[in-house]
Ligand binder design. Structure first.
Ligand code: HEM
Length: 442
């Protein structure tokens, strides 16, 4: 096949759409695809023309097959890093390899199995406090429970609700500022004039003070803590040195950004899908009762839940919270007839890839059996290759436990909401909530 440059979107049209749809690029991406196909080029200001794609083979090539040729794009390594710091998600090269090697052991399935009871306790109290027989916004509550779990995993329970709120708020403001910079480059002058990033920077300063105090109390009495922060403090680089405090803070902020909202969104959206599909709800309930029942939960049980796992994978396919992944090419490349030149940005539209008929049969239908029967294994919700999500096992564990407990404790879950609407900053956030009701007859 002769190689070619994908079609270019008119820069005026794309700027106009960026201003018209400030809360999410997805409606624009849909329009661009209808006009120019599954792969096209978008003008990315000073970064030149970026290739945008929904093709699973191109996504796989960039993230896995030839990942050595692709670094994080400046969207992440410069703009996101400005607000969230230089942690695993935003760094590259030797620095990234060194950090990943140090942090990875803390996220192994074996090590995380110590957290099953903690997560289970949080999940059960969450479920017990939810309304019954009335419609409520479950997303509001999944944001809380995911944050509580994150706090326990990172800091045991030695952090106040107010401190947690400050940290979450600083991550939130950083994300919002990041989204504005990426989506509306044309308004950069206005943002500078009004110093619109000041609030985000001020909140980050407060969060840093709280994290510094946490690090100091962990260092002073290490025997009191068996959490992730203590693991990061105890870890040593190959030369025997420890992670400096400033780097510890950046890594913690990144873990909170990358791990909190993503999990909360997936939990809410998967429950929305189950509420629309009573047949799958019954299958998940029956499997949970058979495998877990009233016994204390353990890691072995979590590996015996193929139906629940397929439901979560299908939820992540339809609503991938990290809906865009971007990279920059180090050298020239050619992918399935598409030319990429050195220095070019490439935007992997994961949401579009997961809903495109070139990659999946009946792509918009909720059908967990596609994973259960292994008709496909394609799913980029956690990325792929060496930069794949470090929190994969933790997220899956949280989702299995929370969804399992929720479905098992309700006789029926339903919803009148047929469609979810999203605002999209760093993650795909349901901006009108996720409304469900649960029935309990016993
Ligand atoms: C459903 C939940 C989650 C989803 C969908 C998700 C998704 C992703 C994706 C797509 C990436 C790759 C980004 C890229 O290649 O540019 C990623 C990376 C990352 N995730 Fe997650 N994530 C989730 C949960 C978590 C959790 C619970 C944590 C930790 C507490 C976490 C921490 C990270 C970190 C640190 C990275 C950067 C890894 C690296 O580059 O070495 N994530 N995540």
């Amino acid at each position: 096949m002769p190689s070619s440059q994908p079609a270019k979107i008119n820069p005026f049209w794309s700027s106009y759409r960026g201003l018209r749809y400030p809360t999410s690029p997805l409606p624009s991406f849909k329009k661009f695809r209808e006009k120019c196909g599954d792969t096209y080029q978008l003008f990315a200001g000073p970064k030149g023309w970026a290739v945008v794609t929904e093709r699973a083979d191109i996504v796989d090539h960039v993230l896995r097959i030839n990942n050595k040729n692709y670094n994080k794009s400046p969207i992440v390594s410069e703009i996101l890093a400005k607000y969230i710091g230089n942690g695993l998600l935003t760094i590259d090269g030797e620095f990234w390899r060194k950090q990943r090697k140090l942090i990875q052991p803390g996220f192994s399935r074996e090590r995380l199995s110590n957290l099953i009871n903690t997560i289970d306790e949080e999940a059960k109290s969450w479920v017990n406090a939810l309304p019954q027989n009335e419609s409520f916004d479950i997303y509001d509550t999944t944001v809380e429970v995911a944050m509580q779990i994150m706090a326990k995993v990172l800091f045991t329970d030695k952090i106040s609700a107010e401190q947690l709120h400050t940290i979450a708020h600083s991550v939130e403001l950083g994300q919002l500022q990041f989204a504005k910079e990426v989506r509306q480059p044309i308004l950069a002058f206005w943002r500078k004039l009004t110093n619109s990033a000041a609030a985000a920077h001020e909140e980050t300063r407060k969060a840093v003070d709280i994290l510094l105090a946490q690090i100091q109390s962990h260092r002073a009495q290490p025997e009191k803590y068996a959490d992730l922060l203590q693991m990061l403090i105890d870890a040593r680089y190959e030369d025997g040195t420890e992670m400096p405090d400033a780097q510890l803070i950046d890594e913690i902020l990144v873990l909170i950004l990358a791990g909190h909202e993503t999990t909360a969104i997936t939990l809410a959206c998967t429950l929305h899908l189950l509420a629309q599909h009573p047949d799958w709800q019954s299958k998940v309930r029956e499997e949970w009762q058979r495998v877990v029942g009233d016994a204390p939960l353990d890691g072995h049980m979590l590996r015996q839940l193929p139906i629940l796992t397929a439901v979560i994978n299908e939820g992540l396919r339809l609503y991938p919270p990290a809906y865009l992944i971007s990279r920059i090419a180090i050298g020239d490349d050619e992918i399935a007839g598409t030319k990429i030149h050195a220095g070019q940005m490439i935007i992997l539209n994961i949401y579009g890839t997961h809903r495109n008929a070139i990659n999946f049969d009946e792509p918009t239908t909720f059908d967990p059996s596609r994973y259960l029967e292994r008709r496909t294994t394609t799913n980029f919700a956690f990325g792929a290759g060496s930069r794949m999500c470090i929190g994969y096992h933790l997220a899956m564990m949280e989702l299995q436990i929370a969804i399992g407990r929720f479905i098992a404790s309700s006789t029926f879950v339903k919803t009148q909401q047929t469609q979810l609407n999203f605002s999209a900053s760093a993650t795909l956030r349901p901006n009108e909530g996720v409304w469900v009701s649960r029935q309990i007859d016993y």
